[in-house]
Design a protein around this ligand. Structure first.
Ligand SMILES: NC(=O)c1ccc[n+]([C@@H]2O[C@H](COP(=O)([O-])OP(=O)(O)OC[C@H]3O[C@@H](n4cnc5c(N)ncnc54)[C@H](OP(=O)(O)O)[C@@H]3O)[C@@H](O)[C@H]2O)c1
Length: 333
């Protein structure tokens, strides 16, 4: 994708717009909490801003995130207003780029996050008004409560954890629990009305017993991602799976525009798509995020699994026709 496109758009954050009418239809909120934790539900008539205030009031001071927020592009609410996309793993490296681009293009956007403080920090408190926010942990879900899916037409799942033990495994957030049980729980909760479920997975999932993949798979990450993939393929839900190469660009843990500019100004924008798990290499998180969004609108991606890399050169940017050609050519005739 056009790294420069994204950079440009994100840099246009100076033109931030506090668009509180983005979700005229979807202005009700529910906070789905796992059965383990008990259920909490906000009054259904509350607007986004009120939800945000209510979620955050106890823990975030009005200025606590203002200096560290990832700035947002302005939104075009007319462009894609018929779609409502639920992003799971929204505060992650790929997820935050997906969310920013969706809002920029006028998609109604819902996010599932584990931590509203982190979400406010990543997106900026004022930008929380541009999306519906659900709190949930896919490991415990047993399904987001059904009413929370109201209006959702598409899902992009970017959840994940580290392949090897790290602080991110705290609370038993292991690959088995995140990439398998979590993904399965999420799939189980998807209503039949959802038109596409895009899952971010990884190259190498079919080769987790072979060198060098078996090293990456020491704690099962590739095996469990494959199990999640297979569960989705058998679910009957229209799906697209994007298997990423080694991710570059971000995650954006230092949320300021200068860092973002550096991280997105790369020249590896040329997109390489493959099938059959033969591709090995790197891919920009920006490209992965773009591929997920493009897949929502490109019919031939339905029911397909793609590996993705990005290499030196110009890419398709946000051009839907160019992406359609790439996705079409990646599939055997
Ligand atoms: N790193 C690589 O080189 C590489 C290569 C191929 C594929 N991938 C895969 O690509 C995907 C995106 O990568 P990324 O770098 O964007 O990931 P990331 O930054 O680690 O983000 C992962 C997201 O998943 C969320 N999450 C984790 N456990 C969760 C749970 N139990 N319930 C709900 N949400 C949960 C995290 O929430 P918090 O923000 O609250 O932590 C975070 O938002 C992942 O599946 C990753 O495994 C990565």
């Amino acid at each position: 994708m056009a790294s420069s496109d994204v950079t440009g758009r994100l840099l246009s954050a100076g033109a931030l717009r506090d668009d509180r009418n983005l979700f005229t239809k979807h202005n009700t909120y529910r906070v789905g909490i796992s059965p383990v934790q008990g259920r909490r539900r906000l009054a259904p008539s509350r607007r986004i801003g009120q939800l945000t205030a209510r979620c955050l009031a106890s823990s975030i001071s009005p200025t606590s995130s203002s200096s560290s927020m990832l700035s947002f592009p302005s939104g075009d609410e007319s462009a894609q207003s018929t779609k409502c996309v639920l992003v799971v793993g929204a505060t992650g490296g790929v997820g935050q780029l997906v969310v920013a681009a969706l809002i920029d293009r006028g998609y109604k956007t819902c996010v599932v996050v584990r931590d509203t403080n982190k979400a406010a920090s990543v997106f900026g408190e004022t930008n929380m008004d541009k999306m519906q926010v659900f709190v949930g942990d896919t490991r415990n879900m047993g399904g987001i409560e059904p009413a929370a899916w109201e209006g959702v037409t598409h899902v992009i799942c970017c959840t994940g954890t580290t392949a090897f033990p790290s602080k991110r495994w705290d609370g038993d957030n292991t690959p088995e629990n995140t990439d398998w049980h979590g993904v399965r729980n999420l799939i189980d909760s998807v209503p039949k009305s959802v038109q596409r479920f895009v899952l971010v997975s990884s190259v190498g999932v079919t080769k987790f017993n072979q060198l060098p993949w078996n090293i990456m798979n020491l704690f099962g990450v590739l095996k469990y991602k494959k199990m999640g993939e297979e569960y989705l393929c058998k679910s009957g839900i229209p799906f697209t799976i994007i298997r990423a190469g080694r991710l570059t660009d971000g995650p954006y843990t230092s949320y300021d525009l200068n860092t973002l500019l550096k991280a997105t100004a790369g020249t590896r924008r040329c997109v390489v798509l493959g099938q059959g798990d033969k591709l090995v290499g790197e891919v920009s998180r920006i490209v992965v995020a773009e591929a997920c969004i493009q897949a929502l609108d490109i019919q031939c991606t339905c029911g397909n699994i793609y590996e993705i890399n990005s290499v030196e050169g110009d890419g398709p940017g946000t051009d839907n026709k160019k992406w359609e050609i790439l996705f079409t050519e990646a599939c055997p005739s």
